[in-house]
Structures are given as structure tokens and as C-alpha cells.
Design a protein around this ligand. Structure first.
Ligand code: DHB
Length: 537
């Protein structure tokens, strides 16, 4: 869609426009756009059955569809959100006015994500959820796939539980009585009629921040507690959710937000839920080789040894630069990070998994996996044993900044009519020679896309203080160090971090979704409100 056409559509009146609703508006957003006033009456009432760990729940809710969340949209198909507000659960009335708000993005592969065609919460009624990436745009011809592997990106609706069944945080949150906001966002493959890329970095995070601002600007018009916004996302969406949490109210995004007419309100979020975040992109090639360098590719064979070793060596400097410390380990370095991962995450995760198995299944698992020593109710194993157990690595080297510019991330850092660019000096100089320099705009764009910048470098005071971070131990879409470093850097700042590696799970796993919902109720204080007969059910 062309920029002009989209803007015209808004002037003509989007779903969000309503003369009578604007009468109840408090302040107006800067830029004088009354269109950012949420129409409380613009819903359809829907009823759906949501399967939870506590059995099926029949939920009646108000569904607000495709509400444009910026005053000067580039493309409303993506810059719009859906709101679901529970009004009755299993026949009991619900007052969600003080409930937490889950802002669940469905971004996958840094692709465009649209909720405009969804028929209910979680993309409901669309044959088991929206297709990966939000089901919006199909990539333009020749557009690079996520990770350069031709894989299908997962996205928020691509999460799987331990039985391999689709799981939706959005649906479970609604069934728990929370308000659910599902924002779309521009993505890397979008081009206008002139062939200009308008969804590459930092478009997706700018859009998601604008969505947060819109919700907060509409405090009391959108039911729910705007001081208790919790974001969630998976993979690229997990990285963006982490970035929302880390970069709250950062001035770095101001110009971009102004450009699209974002509401004049805070974009800080209370808590951040991040599944297998594909984050820290400019360091991800190094981290990947440190982690998976010795693992064969799925078709067999090792990746280029020189490239892999050079990247793994460079990782040591990066890891040291983070200046992370952990109890019992001192400084976390490339030399002790394997032990740190084993002790902090991998062995406890294997232990919990094995403890949860019936005796005969545990014996069978241990017989099939002799790399594990099971003693005194605890699993131990070596790093090499673990790597062999995981087996084939998913990506070639470099995993993210591909030499031939074929990765999704190369496209993410495209600009203007340039589809894909290098974003690390290593890959750039490998291709262009030793003195080549990255395009000057990339320094800032990398910061805009990297939660670690806001945590480690900025110690951003506007960040979330509550974090739920998850990844599967068999997920080689990125390095397992990404989650460990994200969690350790937040812990170092004193934040409340609940990080867990799901044993033997791959990319997109969410095997404790009910735990996330309970965690939201706990950290937001919603469970106490309910006990006191407050605004909860
Ligand atoms: C996703 C997966 C990747 O391997 C990647 O590099 C980027 C995004 C995803 O599933 O969203």
C-alpha cells in the first residue's frame, strides 16, 4: 500500500474514529489528531471456548478490531491493533477495568504482522490461529527468508506446548480475565510502489512502542490498568518484546514516533515476556559460533572452520565487554560461560524434566541418553555431551549477517531501495575488504533494535523491572548465550527475572504458558486485588 493512500484512508475515518467518543477525551495527542481516541463502543461481542489447565472456559468478550494506533500511518494494515476485553467467564460477570493488559505481538521472522483480518482473540477462528508472522503480507518475490534457511518464522501464534499443540498467551490471558491487546507492526519485506523498503529497522519496534502509547493515551477508555502493561512475543517477536521492556521511554525513538504520529504518552511497559528472543543481532554470529561451532549442519558436515573460529574468538571480547558477574562464577567470560549455562540452566532443567517422568520413562530416557549421569536425584553432564545431544545446528556461518546477504536480518537492516545490507564489520570486510566501513546510519539502528544496548549501556531507568524469559535447550536458531546474557544483565541491575530453559524443546516452545499467566497475576498484584474483592472476578 502506498503511503499516500494509507494516510488518506485514515483521514476518511478508520475504525477508531468516533465523534461521540472524542467528547470524553482528556488531553489530545500532539499533532492534534483526534483519531487517536479509542471508541469504547466500537466492539462486537464474541463468545469462545478457551482450553486452559483448569479445564475449558467459556469467555464472552468485547472485540475491537483493526484500530489504527497512530495519527499518521504509513500502512494501516500493520499499524493497527485488536483489543479483547472479557466481560463474562463461565457465566460469571468480569470487570476488567483494573486488570493487567497483555500486549501480545505476533511478529515472526521480523516479517510484517497484521491483525486486521483476525476474527477474534489470538487470531481466533482462522484455522488454528493466524499464519506465522501474523498472516499479513506475503514476502515480496525474492525476499530473503528468516535466517537464510528458508524456514518459516514462528511468531506469537506459532508457540507450541510440550505435546506439540498450539498455545496462545493471548487466549489464556483473556480466560484469566486480563485485557488483551494484539498489535500489528510493519516488517522487513514491505515495499512501496517505488520499491522503497518501509518496514525495515527500526519500523517494527517504533510501531510496537506507538501501540503501547496508544493504549496508555486511552487510559480508562480501553479497560485495564495501563500501569500494568505486560508484553509478550516469540522469536523475532520475543526480541521485540524484550526491546519494549528494555527501551521504555528512551528518547532515541522520539523522532520516529513523531513521524508516524504516535500518541503523546509513555511507552514504558511494566513487565516483559520473551520467548526465544532473536536479539543482540550484531553479536549473534560470534555467539552462535561460540555455542554451536562444533556442531554439524543438518545435512552433515562442519561449517567453514576459519570463519567459525574467528567469530568464536571475537565473542570472547564481546562477552568480556558486557562485564557481567554471577554468584559463584565471578566475571562471566567466554571461558566459564559453558559452566555457567550448565550449572544455572541446563542441568537444573534436565533434572526437573527427569524428575517429572514416571520411573520407567526416566530409565528409558537415561538409557537412550548415556551422556547424562543421574545421581541423588540430579542430572549432570558435560558441555560437549550436551552439544552432541542437541545435534545438528540450524544455521550455516555466519548465522545472521550472511556473506551473500541472504538472511532475514540482512533484509531487516536494508534501507531505501536497498533490500539487504551487512550490519557487522566482520561480514562486510569479508566481502568488501579490510577497510570497508558500515553505512553510518547503522550504528544508531543497531542500538534501536538491541535490548542489550538499553540494559548494559544505558541502564535505562524506564525499563521493565519484571522479566519472564524462556528458550528451549535444543533451539539453535540463535546462541543459547543470548537468553543467559539478557537475564544476567537484568539481574545485575536488580530486576526481577524469571528465566528458564525448556529441556529438549526447540524453537517456539512455550511449555509453561499457565505459569506465565499466573506470573502476570502475581507481579502485577492482580491476584491480591482479586482476593480483596477488588476489580478482578
Ligand atoms: C526468527 C527465527 C530466526 O531464526 C531468525 O533469524 C529470526 C527470526 C523467528 O522465528 O521469528
Amino acid at each position: 500500500m502506498g503511503v499516500g493512500a494509507a494516510a488518506g484512508a485514515v483521514a476518511g475515518g478508520g475504525f477508531a474514529l468516533s465523534a461521540h467518543a472524542s467528547g470524553s477525551a482528556g488531553s489530545k495527542p500532539s499533532g492534534g489528531a483526534g483519531s487517536l481516541v479509542f471508541d469504547k463502543d466500537g466492539f462486537t461481542e464474541l463468545t469462545t471456548t478457551i482450553t486452559t489447565d483448569d479445564g475449558d472456559k467459556e469467555v464472552t468478550y468485547h472485540f475491537y478490531k483493526a484500530v489504527t494506533y497512530v495519527a499518521r500511518p504509513v500502512d494501516e494494515k500493520y499499524q493497527s491493533l485488536n483489543v479483547s476485553v472479557p466481560v463474562e467467564i463461565d457465566g460469571q460477570p468480569v470487570n476488567a477495568s483494573g486488570a493487567p493488559i497483555l500486549l501480545a505481538n505476533s511478529v515472526g521472522g521480523y516479517m510484517p504482522s497484521s491483525v486486521a483480518d483476525a476474527t477474534g482473540v489470538g487470531g481466533g477462528g482462522m484455522g488454528g490461529g493466524m499464519p506465522p508472522g501474523g498472516g499479513g503480507a506475503s514476502p515480496s518475490p525474492g525476499a530473503p527468508a528468516a535466517g537464510g534457511t528458508g524456514e518459516v518464522p514462528s511468531g506469537g501464534n506459532g508457540q507450541l506446548d510440550d505435546a506439540g499443540k498450539r498455545v496462545s498467551n493471548a487466549e489464556l490471558a483473556l480466560a484469566a480475565g486480563f485485557v488483551v491487546v494484539e498489535p500489528g507492526a510493519r516488517g522487513r519485506t514491505l515495499t512501496d510502489a517505488e520499491g522503497t523498503y518501509y518496514g525495515t529497522a527500526p519500523a517494527a519496534i517504533v510501531d510496537l512502542k506507538a501501540a503501547v502509547r496508544y493504549v496508555r493515551f486511552n487510559k480508562s477508555r480501553i479497560p485495564g490498568d495501563t500501569d500494568r502493561i505486560v508484553t509478550s512475543g516469540t522469536s523475532a517477536g520475543g526480541a521485540l518484546s524484550a526491546l519494549l521492556g528494555a527501551s521504555g521511554d528512551s528518547p532515541l525513538y522520539a523522532e520516529y514516533l513523531e513521524e508516524i504520529g504516535a500518541a503523546d504518552a509513555s511507552d514504558a511497559v511494566f513487565a516483559s515476556g520473551d520467548w526465544c528472543p532473536i536479539a543482540d543481532l550484531e553479536h549473534a554470529d560470534m555467539a552462535y559460533e561460540w555455542n554451536w561451532g562444533a556442531n554439524e549442519l543438518s545435512g552433515g558436515g562442519l561449517v567453514d572452520r576459519t570463519v567459525s573460529k574467528e567469530l568464536a574468538t571475537a565473542f570472547a571480547d564481546y562477552q568480556a565487554s558486557l562485564k557481567l558477574r554471577a554468584k559463584g562464577f565471578g566475571s562471566l567470560t567466554a571461558r566459564n560461560l559453558d559452566d555457567y549455562l550448565l550449572e544455572t540452566y541446563l542441568r537444573p532443567s534436565a533434572t526437573a524434566y527427569l524428575k517429572g517422568l514416571p520411573e520407567s520413562d526416566r530409565s528409558a530416557y537415561l538409557a537412550a541418553n548415556p551422556f547424562i549421569t543421574w545421581s541423588g536425584g540430579r542430572a549432570t553432564f558435560t558441555w560437549d555431551g550436551f552439544l552432541q545431544h542437541v545435534g545438528a545446528r540450524k544455521k550455516n556461518t555466519p548465522a545472521f549477517d550472511a556473506f551473500d546477504l541472504s538472511s532475514g536480518e540482512n533484509n531487516l537492516f536494508g534501507t531505501g531501495t536497498t533490500q539487504a545490507r551487512h550490519f557487522t564489520l566482520y561480514s562486510l570486510r569479508h566481502e568488501k575488504g579490510g577497510s570497508a566501513r558500515l553505512d553510518p546510519d547503522l550504528g544508531e539502528k543497531l542500538k534501536l533494535m538491541n535490548p542489550m544496548h538499553h540494559i548494559v549501556k544505558e541502564r535505562n531507568p524506564g525499563r521493565s523491572r519484571h522479566w519472564w524469559i524462556r528458550v528451549g535447550t535444543k533451539d539453535s536458531d540463535t546462541s543459547l548465550t543470548v537468553v543467559a546474557n539478557l537475564a544476567a544483565s537484568l539481574e545485575q541491575l536488580g530486576d526481577d527475572v524469571d528465566a528458564y530453559y525448556y529441556w529438549d524443546q526447540g524453537h517456539g516452545a512455550n511449555t509453561d504458558a499457565a505459569g506465565f499467566i499466573a506470573w502476570i497475576a502475581e507481579v502485577t498484584g492482580h491476584d491480591r486485588k482479586k482476593e480483596n474483592g477488588g476489580s478482578g472476578r
